[in-house]
Design a protein around this ligand. Structure first.
Ligand SMILES: NC(=O)NCCC(=O)O
Ligand SMILES: [Zn+2]
Ligand SMILES: [Zn+2]
Length: 460
């Protein structure tokens, strides 16, 4: 099978030029002006942007959490991702405390294998670290191609690890050539604030926000970054939301520690005023919570300053019925919101179209940097000869409106209902196959492949 994409404006993190792309099988074979190949399919990309398939390294599909499961499966979630221009996602395998990493991996493999529509990989979330688990780290890196290890510094009593475990894990992961990532908020402080608000009968979604003030994130981010610096372990903070946490990353960088950070689209464009509307605010109950306008400004600046390398989603959708589990108590609202399908169009619209970031920065933070940080580059994350032909053809002028009525995520509301975006994902290729065209998904479940990842060395 061969495809020739003609006359698109090809944007990578390094280049911007109008040219053609020739694809054979799953791979990009040639890029240049006026390419003269006899292709099975020719796609005219005149007046369109052509950029690498998005990589969302923070999603939760069919995730068991807070007494329920996130509502997108590998099928619905990766298909919605493709509609939105994201061709590869990285989900989190969650170790059950007291059990092995191997068993957790088998559990997640059974959900994803033969089900995913788009490509996927796994981070391993270590929720309980001891000598037995230490022995499994090497096996994950060497045999399974899982090179990043997630930790939760919050969700006390469920997923949280203590500092001793974190410190020990970092030393081992460094030895094995991996990366430790963290949900960096102070679980003890949050636990106390939640208990205090509940005891006072303060039970609306607003108190979810007030139980996780900026200091809880700034403190944990700094602690995580300092431990990373001391152990020399490459480290990555997930879903960073605020100025205080960004300052911890800035300080770590000033000391040449390898500390990388991701924010998510919602923290760039939504703010905490959404919690001021009775239970409706449950749509945006996520951890960490939405912050203030001053934090949004800091995050956009952090992207441009290279302190934040990735814009992900932390896609973790729950049906409204599931959110209602916390109708009378904010601490029982399943945490998370849907965005896997909306990330690229929102980031283009609010970032590039509004002049906050350049097109090359857009490509870096939506695709290239995640591929580099998580050991998939240059197979993924760029448009280059030899790379997988994961390609988005995007119309920068086709305005449209986001809505639950038209999205493909398995969730019955949108966090962005009525939001007008400036451009539209038109055609998506995954490993040389047209998977989305003309608002249609052309592939079935089982099309997605598990992507084994390389060790983390000389990243970014
Ligand atoms: N973020 C969130 O609210 N839900 C998913 C789990 C996590 O990433 O902390
Ligand atoms: Zn988290
Ligand atoms: Zn998450």
């Amino acid at each position: 099978m061969s495809i020739l994409i003609k006359n698109g404006r090809i944007i990578t993190s390094a280049d911007d030029s109008v040219a053609d792309i020739y694809i054979e099988g799953e791979t990009i074979v040639a890029i240049g002006k006026n390419l003269d190949y006899q292709a099975g399919t020719v796609i005219d990309a005149s007046d369109k942007l052509v950029f690498p398939g998005g990589i969302d390294p923070h999603v939760h599909l069919s995730m068991p959490f807070m007494g329920t499961f996130s509502s997108d499966t590998y099928e619905t979630g990766t298909r919605a991702a493709l509609y939105g221009g994201t061709t590869t996602v990285i989900d989190f395998v969650l170790q059950t405390q007291g059990d092995s990493l191997k068993n957790a991996l088998a559990d997640w493999q059974s959900r994803a294998t033969g089900t995913a529509v788009g490509d996927y990989s796994f981070h391993m979330a270590v929720t309980d670290f001891n000598e037995d688990i230490k022995a499994e780290i090497k096996q994950m890196v060497e045999e399974e191609g899982i090179t990043s290890f997630k930790t939760f510094m919050a969700y006390k009593g469920a997923l949280m690890v203590d500092d001793r475990q974190m410190f020990d894990l970092m030393s081992e992961v460094k030895k094995q050539g991996g990366m430790v990532t963290a949900h960096a908020t102070n679980g003890d402080m949050i636990d106390l604030l939640v208990a205090k608000h509940r005891a006072q009968g303060k039970l609306s979604p607003l108190y979810h926000y007030l139980s996780q003030p900026e200091v809880t994130e700034a403190e944990a981010s700094n602690r995580f970054a300092q431990m990373a610096g001391y152990t020399g372990c490459p480290a990555y903070i997930v879903h960073l939301t605020c100025e205080g946490a960004l300052n911890a990353v800035r300080q770590a960088g000033a000391r040449n520690y390898q500390v990388f950070a991701e924010t998510c689209i919602q923290y760039l464009i939504l703010d905490a005023s959404l919690y001021e509307q009775d239970f409706e605010g449950a749509k945006w109950v996520m951890s960490p919570p939405l912050r203030q306008k001053k934090d949004q400004a800091a995050l956009w600046a952090g992207i441009n300053q290279g302190l934040l390398q990735v814009v992900a989603t932390d896609h973790c959708p729950f049906m409204w019925e599931q959110k209602l589990m916390g109708k009378n108590d904010f601490s029982k609202i399943p945490n998370g919101h849907p965005a896997i399908e909306n990330r690229i169009e929102l980031l283009y619209s609010e970032g590039v179209d509004k002049g906050k970031i350049s097109l090359s920065k857009f490509v870096e933070v939506s695709s290239t940097n995640a591929a580099k940080a998580f050991g998939m580059y240059p197979r993924k994350g760029t448009i280059a000869v030899g790379s997988d032909a994961d390609i988005v053809i995007f119309d920068p002028n086709e305005k449209h409106t986001l809505s639950a009525a038209t999205h493909h995520m398995n969730v019955d509301y949108s966090g962005y209902e009525g939001w007008q975006v400036a451009g539209k994902v038109k055609t998506v290729l995954l490993r040389g196959k047209v998977v989305i065209d003309n608002n249609q998904c052309l592939v079935q479940k089982g099309n997605g492949q598990f992507i084994k990842r390389n060790k983390v060395s000389n990243i970014l």
